[in-house]
Ligand binder design. Structure first.
Ligand code: ADP
Ligand code: MG
Length: 393
């Protein structure tokens, strides 16, 4: 999705007030009736209705009259709320080009006031796969009211918390800068996703390094669960950085071993195919059907001395609770169980990747400085700043 931040610059304080009122209404309404929006925003002289029209025109809201008349936030509306908060906090000042389109996210470059370029990941759960959302109906039925903005916010919070904790434990991950609503700001990784890398100077070393990461993660009590060539970045020195953490689980998860083996298998399969690497040096030329012939050389889940409690202690410090983890694990489980039936190579088609070359594109940044406001003294806005109120009960 294109992120046209131009409109953001022209939105007034009242526009944001009404947008925020819709967000607040979504705490317990999938569709928020205009009377409720009006009551929360409490603009003078029925101003809310005029503003609603403007927000609708800018595609920040969606008008829905299927069950009753009302509004809900679009992803763009949610993007703007997160971006405004982060710009007000001084986290960044301009938005640049899109650098990645994941299955359930959009990644953009953003720049701080002093010109440092960072990466902004906007989570978009449920965007692509209606199929997956359908499979989650069981889980969703148990929620009093469901909203994928809530899941996207949870995914962002989880990603931020994991990135921070992993960074602190010396794992090669982006540096987590800040997080708001469904948006994570992190350092920009130089290099390319492994899927785009056709040649390596030392494929064996890179292969060992990547496998070593899976093992070290497990030793810390964690499994990535989506450890593949799309989520590993390689720079010119062949340094490895792992990204994309919303689906990580604990080694005590009931399917832990299966997830672990699947991560390992992904790496074996990719390196065999792309770099002709087999861990077993005695093997000559593999044929793709002999998938299990290097089985013995693989790290075994049962051999790993696993730590426990990592999730609880470190992650809760970042505001990510055990309940959040359970909520999102249920959601991710649905995906994984479906994936098992399908060919993993499908990911290649589903995932469009924008050319990763980090050219000198700062000139293309759209400055957002006009949006920035001085310390907000508006109580409502301050209370809502963290967007914690969407379906968080
Ligand atoms: P998704 O969860 O949707 O798969 P990812 O976190 O894997 O999203 O990001 C999608 C793509 O965006 C990655 O494959 C990578 O090309 C790019 N990307 C993500 N994070 C960064 C980053 N910190 N620095 C540079 N590129 C990134
Ligand atoms: Mg990814």
């Amino acid at each position: 999705m294109k992120l046209d931040v131009n409109a953001l610059r022209y939105l007034s304080k009242d526009d944001f007030r009404v947008l925020t009122a819709v967000e607040m209404g979504m705490r317990n309404h999938e569709i928020v009736p205009s009377e409720l929006i009006d009551r929360i925003a409490s603009l003078k002289h029925g101003g809310t209705y005029k503003v609603l029209k403007n927000l609708l025109k800018n595609k920040l809201l969606h008008h829905d009259s299927s069950k009753y008349d009302g509004f809900r936030l679009t992803y763009l509306g949610y993007d703007f709320l997160a971006i405004k908060t982060l710009v007000n906090r001084g986290v960044f000042a301009a938005v640049g080009r899109q650098i990645g389109v994941g299955k359930e996210s959009d990644i953009f470059e953003v720049a701080t006031e002093d010109g440092t370029v960072l990466a902004m990941k906007l989570h978009r759960l449920g965007r692509v796969s209606f199929r997956a959302v359908k499979s989650k109906r069981d889980y969703l039925r148990h929620r009093s009211s469901y909203n994928w903005l809530y899941l996207s916010r949870l995914a962002a919070l989880k990603e931020f918390a994991f990135m921070k904790a992993l960074d602190e434990h010396g794992f090669p991950v982006p540096h987590a800068v800040d997080c708001n609503r469904h948006c994570v700001i992190m350092s920009l990784i130089q290099g390319y996703p492994l899927v785009q890398v056709k040649q390596l100077q030392n494929p064996d070393t890179v292969f060992e390094r990547i496998l070593g990461l899976i093992v070290r993660l497990a030793e810390h009590g964690l499994i990535h669960c989506d450890f593949n060539e799309f989520n590993i970045m390689i720079d010119d020195e062949e340094k490895v950085t792992m990204i994309d953490f919303p689906q990580m689980v604990s080694v005590s998860h009931r399917n832990a071993e299966m997830y672990f083996d699947r991560d390992v298998e992904c790496i074996f399969k990719f390196f065999r195919k792309r770099f002709n690497i087999n861990a077993d040096e005695n093997e000559v030329e593999h044929d793709d059907s002999e998938v299990d012939s290097d089985e013995d050389c693989r790290p075994q889940f049962s051999d790993i001395k696993k730590a426990s409690g990592f999730l609880d202690k470190e992650l809760e410090a970042s505001g990510f609770t055990r309940k959040d983890q359970n909520d999102i694990e249920k959601f991710v489980d649905g995906d994984v169980e479906e994936d098992l039936g399908s060919d993993s190579e499908e990911t290649e088609d589903e995932q469009a990747i924008v050319d990763q070359k980090n050219d000198d594109s700062v000139k293309n940044f759209e400055s957002l400085s006009l949006v920035r406001e001085e310390e907000d003294d508006d109580l409502l806005e301050r209370k809502l700043e963290n967007g914690q109120h969407i379906m968080d009960h």
